[in-house]
Every structure is written in structure tokens, then in C-alpha cells.
Design a binder for this molecule. Sequence first.
Ligand code: PXL
Length: 273
Amino acid sequence: MIACACTIAGSDSGGGAGIQADLKTFQGAGVYGTSVITAVTAQNTVGVYQIEALTPTIISAQLNAIQADFPIQAYKTGMLFDATIIKQVAKQLDTQNMPIVVDPVMIAKGGASLLQLEAIEALKTNLLPIATICTPNLPEAEIISGIEITDDQSLQQAAKKILELGVQTVIMKGGHATGTQASDTVFSVNESPYRLSTPRYETKHTHGTGCTFSAAITAHLAQGMSVKPAIIEAKKFIDRAIFDSLNLGHGHGPTNHFAYKKSGGVVDVQLLS
Ligand code: PXL
């Protein structure tokens, strides 16, 4: 039977991030995708023009409908927008006993806020304690941990703080850093840290990279992979999606969700323990 995954996130009308990126990624990884929409954004590659959150009632009803009918093997959360939505979603995921990937989406590339400030507390106290993997970029990791990340030591301290919230694995994504390599460092409660690196490509078409990466991890977990192989395979997915990114629109174009399948999974990822 085909593996099933569910994304709980916001809609990006431009199709590069959010629910749309997640479903395309699930498809690209060979997984059947279902979705719970938390908010609708009016958006293209240039910017976010309007945001409307859905009510907790319809968010809850979407999740109930999916859980009543599909054998969901992994969940991911993206844009959750406010504390009420976070608490509702956490309550409904807590009973499932399935892997949960939390992408702690806070700010869109152009600066639009996708998570209200007071919701960060709910993320920390309600959602991260039940999460399998959390995938912050460096600014998000700084906000969650309260630690400024300037070097390897502060990176490790911030990761430790995030793990103390109860999540089992945190991937400190290096996309916002500099250097010739795009390196993500993975810290787990039950494994020694490791770093995954692929070349950093010179492109401005990186809209939706975070969504795509976390959705790829979710897809591979749904297929039954354990955490480390799922993360390595997702790193290959995002490497190809950025390498082959799409020059569409007038701003930051989307990543290419077809590219991983085209590559046949033959991608060089450096693993450093
Ligand atoms: O990439 C973060 C993100 C997540 N979800 C939605 C978004 C964005 C970025 O623009 O629009 C709906």
C-alpha cells in the first residue's frame, strides 16, 4: 500500500511554499499527500499581500476527516499562525503516536509574519514536546532557544536548549549561514551529533526551501525510514530542488520538486560525525 502523509500548514497561492510545496514534495518522493489548511496567504514570488487564518473549528474538522479515513504514517506542521491553532493541532496529534516533523515557520522571505509573537510560547510548551523532529533555520533557532548563534559552540548550546523542550531531534539548518557548503547540523537525544553538507548554489530562487526539506523528511518517515536515513534522503531532495530551481515570477522563484525524482536519488551528501 502507498505510504500516506499529512501536512498541516498555510496555503501559498504562488505554489512554491506552504501546503502546495508540501504536497508536491510528497508526490515527488512517492508518498500520498493529505493536507489540513490553517491559513490562506495571498502570495506570489515577490511577496505576501494578505493572510487570513481559518477557524480552529474547520482546522480541527479537516484533521478529524483525514484521521478517520487514511492510514497516516507521518505528520508535518508548517505555518500555524497563532497560539489557539497550535494548541488545537497539538491536542489532535498527541494521540496519534506517529512521527511529527515541526517546521517552526515564523517569517516569510519578504519579512511577513507567519506566526504571532505570543504563539512562540505555545510552540515551545504544546507542540515541541510531542515532536519527533524540529527543523529551525538559524533565526528561528535563536528565537526558540533565546541564544544568539555565532559559532559552533553557541549552535550546540541553542540545540541543547531546543532538545530540552522535549523534541527528539533538532536539525539546525545552515541555509542562512555563509560559506561554500550548505551544512545542516543534527542533534538528537539518543545519537551523537552529525553534519550534512552539500554545495551552496548561487541562486535567488529559494522560495519554499524550508517547507520542501521538512516535507521530504516527513515523506521518508511515512515510507518507514528511520530518522537519520530520512534526513539524509531529504537533504538529497532539497539539494536537487535548489540546484534545479525554477526561474518563475519576478521575485524569489520556487524550488524544483521534480528534480529529486529525475536524479534517481544519486546525489552526493557529505556526512561528518
Ligand atoms: O517558507 C515558509 C512559509 C510557510 N508557509 C507558508 C508560506 C511560507 C513562506 O512564504 O507562505 C504558507
